[in-house]
Design a binder for this molecule. Structure first.
Ligand code: COA
Length: 258
């Protein structure tokens, strides 16, 4: 079981649980998370959603073996690709989403935080968006949102160089609310989510919608453009070299590419 779900005291929890692969996300895991989001959306007893990982790792991002060997049949940019359906369910989720970042949040592990409403980060966490290092491009509006949050030059360090950053940096950039001790981050995030039990759900829902409305057209346009590039890059020789190097536990060699 690599995705665990539970609903308790008004909070639906999605727990990423594949620690042996550092919580790398497979197609089946995206499908399970999408189903959980739809079920939580439809359940009137659910007032907020909590997404969390395992001690020391939130998620190491998309499973690189899936990237290499099992790209979605219709292409990663097709409307029915599991990762696209998951991200669509996440940014379309009408109730508040709280993330407890229990450790490393790489690739989509950081991207998904840009679409949550509250983000609490363990003091052991490292975030990174190493898409370029993998021969890919940013995804799901990170090319739009990250420069808007931190300015172009700092975004270039994160998106072009793929430099990792700390939870404290994430707070400074406006990606996260607070850094907490590793032992407290999930409980704190849960307490925030549970506060929605005593707030009026209709007002919360409409307010979240209003907060996102003005950015939505630009976010959708960015996602569309990124997905097309991402799909093309996945099949590129640069990406193949990066993925192969990852599994061979060596540095990739991009010197032969122009
Ligand atoms: N996809 C597939 N397998 C992954 C993975 C991923 N994204 N991340 C980790 N794994 C696997 C490793 O291949 C390894 O498998 P093995 O035990 O069969 O060799 C296992 O998980 C443990 O990973 P390892 O790298 O040894 O752990 P670590 O503690 O040294 O480093 C990370 C942890 C998260 C920093 C490192 O695994 C990493 O950088 N992962 C890739 C991140 C990435 O580039 N994601 C894609 C973003 S688009």
């Amino acid at each position: 079981m690599s995705i665990k779900t539970a609903t308790l005291n008004g909070v639906a929890t999605i727990e990423i649980a594949r620690p042996e692969k550092k919580n790398a996300l497979t197609v089946a895991m995206y499908q399970a998370m999408t189903d959980a989001l739809h079920a939580a959306q439809a359940d009137p007893a659910v007032r907020a959603l909590l997404i969390t990982g395992q001690p020391g790792v939130f998620t190491s991002g998309n499973d690189i073996d899936d990237f290499m060997n099992r790209p979605p049949a219709g292409g990663i940019d097709s409307p029915d690709s599991p990762v696209v359906l998951f991200m669509k369910a996440l940014y379309g989720f009408e109730k508040p989403v709280v993330a407890a970042v229990t450790g490393a949040a790489i690739g989509i592990g950081t991207t998904m935080l840009l679409h949550c409403d509250f983000v609490y980060v363990s003091d052991e966490a490292r975030l990174a968006m190493p898409f370029v290092s993998l021969g890919l491009v940013p995804e799901f509006a990170s090319s739009l949102i990250v420069p808007r949050l931190m300015g172009h030059v700092r975004a270039a360090e994160k998106l072009l160089l793929g430099d990792p950053f700390t939870g404290a940096d994430a707070v400074e950039f406006g990606i996260a609310n607070a850094v907490l001790p590793a032992t407290e981050v999930v409980n704190h995030a849960r307490r925030i989510a549970e506060r929605f039990n005593s707030l009026p759900p209709g007002a919360v829902r409409e307010s979240k919608k209003l907060m996102r409305a003005s950015a939505t057209p630009a976010v959708m346009a960015a996602i569309h453009a990124e997905n097309q590039q991402f799909a093309a890059r996945l099949a590129s020789p640069e990406a193949r070299e990066a993925f192969t190097a990852f599994f061979q536990k060596r540095k990739p060699d991009f010197t032969q590419f122009s």
